[in-house]
Design a protein around this ligand. Structure first.
Ligand code: TYD
Length: 208
């Protein structure tokens, strides 16, 4: 059980492919470090030895036959391991955990774009994460054309799914951001510095 008074904070970055999340995760971690906070950064799927193996299966372009339900359960399995092995212990030690993607990715990719029932995904997520929710979620929004262009031609299995799929994801994120607490949308077409400033402002306002 997490003791609320000394608990760290879970900050999640979300958004379509090509939004620049990994750069912003790194910059926010450096700034929180400068503020004297203990910080770890994680990516999903991955972040544990088991999770990285699951990631290899999920992103391998060879597996074109993978069913969306299989995909959903594998993403969630990697997440269950990450929560139990890394996130909960870190939060219990008072660490700020910055995670590149979390449950909202499964809702957007396998739910809204992939067609699986959102209610089912939420129920599986409750089991996988012991009902852990982010303290804040930053959605880096980017038009589908821009995101796909940034990803370029070296695409993984998820990035290969085509324009319409990715457009549904973008629309899905915008919708989910409206209906979920503690979610903040930022403009992924802004400069790296401006985006970092905006994200730092939200983080300080909401969590310090
Ligand atoms: P990754 O290379 O980490 O992409 P990004 O840097 O954009 O996060 O690959 C993760 C891919 O998996 C990405 O296309 C999003 C997708 N994904 C899902 O479809 N469902 C999920 O639950 C998660 C966590 C990721």
């Amino acid at each position: 059980m997490i003791n609320n008074s000394t608990r760290g904070k879970l900050i999640v970055f979300e958004g379509p492919d090509g939004g620049g999340k990994s750069t912003q995760v790194k910059l926010l971690a450096e700034m929180l470090n400068d503020f004297g906070k203990k910080v770890i950064t994680l990516r999903e799927p991955g972040g544990t030895i088991i999770g990285e193996k699951v990631r290899d299966i999920l992103l391998d372009s060879k597996f074109i036959e993978m069913a969306t339900k299989t995909e959903l359960l594998l993403f969630m399995a990697a997440r269950a391991q990450l929560v139990e092995e890394v996130i909960i212990p870190a939060l219990n030690e008072g660490t700020f955990v910055i995670c590149d993607r979390f449950i909202m990715s499964t809702i957007a990719y396998q739910g809204i774009a992939g067609g699986e029932k959102i209610e089912d995904i939420k129920n599986i997520a409750t089991l996988a994460t012991n009902s852990l929710n982010p303290d804040i979620t930053i959605v880096i929004d980017v038009p589908t054309e821009v995101g796909m262009k940034r990803v370029g031609s070296k695409k993984d299995r998820m990035e290969n799914k085509g324009f319409d799929f990715h457009h549904k994801i973008r629309e899905g994120y915008l919708m989910l951001a409206q209906e979920t607490n503690n979610v903040f949308i930022v403009d992924g077409t802004a400069s790296i510095e401006n985006l970092n400033e905006k994200i730092m402002e939200i983080t300080k306002r909401e969590l310090f």
